[in-house]
Every structure is written in C-alpha cells, then in structure tokens.
Write a protein that binds this ligand. Structure first.
Ligand code: ADQ
Length: 494
C-alpha cells in the first residue's frame, strides 16, 4: 500500500453535489465527467480535502452552514474525506464558466475556431476575464491558503483549465507551498495561444508556472507546453529534462497519462442496471454494431463521425440490414450557444443518414441524446467497433473503459489526436479526424478484421490498461512532487 498523504485536491467540479428530494431531504449525487470519475479513487488512498465550486443552491447552503469550512463526507467504499465548497457570486461564476473557461479556454485548447470568423474577444469577454475568471480563481486561492494554514504539510493538487491563475495567487502568499497542476485537455501550439489578448495568455502561463510540477497526458502536449512557455512568457526551457525556469523558480513538466480503476469498472459493468440496459441493446442490435459514447461537445467530432458512417454505407450496400450505429450522447454545456448549435448539427446529420438508408425493419443509426451512464456501459459491452474520432482530446477515457468490458472482441477506431492514441496506437485502427473518407474506410477495416486479430488487439489493450491503472497515475504524480520537495530556493533560481 502506498503511504497515506495529505492532499488538497482543487477542481471546479467536486465529487458530489447536493439537492433536495421530493420529501424535502438533502441528498447527494455523484458528480459526472471524466475528471471526477478518474479522481474518485484518490480519496480511498489518501487523506484528502477536496475544494470545489458549489454547483447547486444546496451546495451553497451546505457551505454557508459550515461557515465556508469543509464538511466530512464519505466515499462509496466508506472512506472519509473533507469536502469544501466555494460559493461564488452567481454572475462572476457564470462569466468564469460560460464565457471564459468553456467557450474560450476549451476552444483554444482544442483548436476549435476557424479564425476567419471567430473568436471576437469583445468588451464582454474582457469583463468576464477580470470580473469572472480572475474573481473565481481568487476565491479558490483564498480557500487553498486557509487549508494550507490548517495543514502546512499538505500538497496541493490543482486540476484543469478552470484554475490556471489560482496557483500564482497561492504562491504569492505561501511561497514554500508544494503545488502540482494536472491539465486534462490538450496543450496547443504557441501561435494558437496568440488568439488571446496578451495579458490573458500571459496570466494563464504565469499562473500555471507557479506550480512545482505541471503534468499533462502525453509527451505531445508537454512539448507544446514547453514551447508555449518559451514563446509566450520568455521562460528558459530545458526540453530534454522537461524543465521550465521562470521568475526565479523551476517547474517540472511531466507526461502522466490518466487511466481508470479496472476493478471498479468491471463491477459497474456487472451491475443490475447495466445488465438490464444490455438486454435491451442485445434484443435490438443488428449483426454488426458500431458504438460511440460522447458528450455533445464540438471537440468530439460527432458530425464528421456520422458523415463517415454515411460514406461507409454508401460504399457497402452488402451491409444494409446487417450493420447499425448506436450513438449515445450525453447533452453537454447547453447554456453555451456553440454547444446548443452543435447539438442541432448532430441531429441534422443523423437525420440525413437515416433518411438516405433506412428501410422497413432496419434503422441504420440509433441516436440517443440522454444522460444515461448504465446504457453507455452496456454499449461498451456490446460493440463490434468503437468509434472515437475526436478532433483533439486530452486523453479520452471511453477509449480505455470500453475495451476493458467488451464481450465481443470489438475493434477500436481511434483518432490520432487523442491522448489515448499515444499509448494504444499499436492495437487500434488509427484515423485522422478530418478525413471522413479515411474514417469510412477504417470502419470497413475494423468490421472485417479477422476474429483472432481482433481478440489479440483487445487483449493487448486490456493488459496495458491493467498495468497502467489509475493508482499508477496518482502515485507517479506524488513521486514527481517528492522529487521537487526539499529543493532549496537557491538551487532552483539559476
Ligand atoms: P471528457 O471530455 O468528459 O473528459 P472522456 O475522457 O471521454 O471525456 O470522459 C468521459 C467520461 O464520462 C467517461 O469516464 C465515461 O464513462 C463517463 N460517462 C459517459 N456517459 C456518462 C453519463 N451519462 N454520466 C456520467 N458519466 C458518463 C476530460 C478530457 C478528456 C480526459 C478526461 C480525464 O476532455 O480528454 O480523458 O477529462 O482526464
């Protein structure tokens, strides 16, 4: 067993959120999303204080009742942890989340703009930066500083693009804090960061460089990070060692690919709810089933994936009636216009496929837009081909989860721009996310791959995931922190 450590985990979304049920009682629901899924196991292994935004009115009330302090919570397996909600001003939070974090930073870090028409960084965006993103980051930094006063030996573990500025604000007040930041999404080339006004892109880089360690999923994102630190804030870089020197400090940059908890996942796959959903899918499925599971996010490239399936059907009339695609899409970020428009585009593309090809007794594409986790896991068990064609994706956990529980020796068609591709490349059918003709051909290759070939590849993926699971990921990051702790300030200010 690894040594138990005091950790302060800081992320926008917490592991659970409270609401009231019909009887007026307070109930907790598990938070969704890749980050929370991945981090949940950390509370069982270490002494964790988790700082997160109050997402609901009830969360804010919980925070108010605790006078802003943490409450004791327990994980599914009974291990206890401290949970501290930060209740933000609703207008500041809306600007931070719905104007800057998701429509700006997420879009930058997945190259989602064609620059001829977007973005326009207007007065509203400038105000959202100063009176939204910075305000919320300041509130997070205040909470971290208070927790460090309580437990000075704790290490701080920041997560993701919502919190780029907070580390610097903590460093200014607690110079010897030990801090690490994990970025769950890609890091883009320096010139794309120049879409953002100079003070904004500078604040992002200066903020994150206040950490002792910055980790990303892949070597590719690390290289981009090092290059952009050199270019945007003129930092001194040692590319070979993965070190950035800036403002008299050193930051180590490491590739630490996130993973899953295989045992927990197999348990979920065997649950009653998932087996019920699987029976439904099995009763309706055609001979060959292509599956995709995504949030309705433009970065996931769903529209091009549907177009590729249309091209595949056009080229393979022999498969009519025998093949089907099941697209399980969790509606995401619908308060943001780009996301609601994207959902419309998905529905139109789906309509085109079915209008062109369906005939009595055969629906080529079954599109389900719903938040239905058990059905998603049931589909993981049933696919013959899993399609993951993201434009860019930090890792993509679906590509790791689904092969683990699949029961049909299914094949994985995987975008070369996902973090998962850096690990799984030898065993997947690789696709370029923009090449819809190539994706159509890849579907054909995957659907006609010999059975022993499919089985061999799937087993190799499973072995890799078991050998590189979520605890490996967490322990690697704690080791990275151990390496930097104890460095004297003089030895780092070269
Ligand atoms: P996401 O963009 O959310 O994550 P992904 O990695 O595919 O993408 O994770 C989605 C997760 O949600 C999976 O664990 C999946 O099982 C789960 N899920 C699917 N349907 C669900 C539902 N209806 N309810 C709840 N959960 C559901 C971001 C980055 C990724 C990175 C992860 C983790 O964009 O690149 O892999 O964080 O770092």
């Amino acid at each position: 067993m690894p040594e138990r450590r005091k950790l302060i985990v800081v992320s926008n979304r917490g592991p659970l959120t409270y609401s009231r049920n019909d009887a007026g009682e307070r109930v907790a629901a598990r938070g969704g999303g890749g980050l929370v899924t991945a981090l949940r196991s950390i509370v069982t292994q270490h002494d964790v204080t988790w700082i997160a935004s109050a997402m609901s009115d009830e969360d804010a009330l919980v925070s108010h009742e605790a006078a802003g302090d943490a409450i004791e919570e327990s994980a599914d397996d009974g291990s206890s942890y401290r949970l501290r909600f930060v209740a933000h001003d609703p207008v500041a939070y809306d600007r931070y989340y719905n104007v800057i974090a998701n429509p700006v930073l997420w879009f930058v870090q997945h190259y989602l703009w064609g620059l001829a028409n977007a973005p326009e960084f207007d007065h509203g965006a400038h105000a959202a930066w100063t009176d939204g993103y910075l305000t919320v980051n300041r509130a997070f930094a205040d909470a971290v500083v208070e927790e460090l006063e309580r437990s000075p030996e704790a290490v701080v573990f920041f997560h993701d693009y919502h919190l780029y500025v907070a580390p610097r604000l903590v460093r200014e007040r607690v110079p010897d804090a030990t801090m690490s930041h994990f970025v769950h999404i890609p890091w883009v080339m320096p010139d794309y960061w120049r879409v953002l006004p100079e003070p904004v892109r500078r604040a992002v880089h200066e903020g994150i460089l206040a950490n002792d360690v910055v980790s990303l999923h892949t070597e590719r994102w690390c290289r981009n990070f090092l290059r952009s630190c050199e270019d945007i804030v003129d930092a001194e870089i040692e590319f070979e060692r993965g070190v950035v020197r800036f403002a008299g400090r050193e930051t180590a940059v490491r590739a630490r690919p996130i993973s899953i908890d295989p045992d927990e996942f197999e348990e979920i796959a065997g649950s009653e709810e998932v087996r019920d959903a699987e029976r439904d899918i099995a009763a309706e499925r055609p001979e060959f089933l292509i599956v995709r599971v995504d949030r309705t996010d433009p970065s996931k490239n769903i529209v091009r994936g549907l177009r590729a399936y249309e091209l595949y059907l056009e080229a393979h009339p022999e498969m009519y009636g025998r093949v089907g695609m099941l697209a399980l899409l969790d509606p995401s970020r619908q308060d943001i216009p780009e996301y609601s428009e994207y959902l419309g585009a998905i529905q139109r593309a789906a309509r085109t496929v079915n209008d062109r090809f369906q005939h009595p007794g055969w629906l080529p594409l079954d599109l389900r837009i719903a938040d239905d986790f058990p059905r998603a896991i049931a589909a993981y068990k049933q696919f013959d081909v899993l399609l993951v064609n993201a434009i860019f994706d930090g890792m993509n956990l679906v590509a790791k989860e689904a092969p683990l529980v699949n029961t049909r020796d299914g094949a994985l068609v995987l975008s070369e721009n996902t973090g998962a591709h850096e690990e799984l490349e030898p065993w997947v059918v690789s696709v370029n996310p923009f090449d819809v003709a190539g994706q159509a051909e890849a579907l054909h290759v995957a659907l006609t791959m010999a059975a022993d070939e499919r089985r061999g590849r799937l087993e190799a993926i499973r072995r890799h995931i078991r050998e590189h699971d979520i605890s490996t990921w967490i322990e690697a990051q704690l080791r990275d922190l151990d390496e930097v702790v104890g460095r004297s300030p003089t030895s780092i200010s070269a």
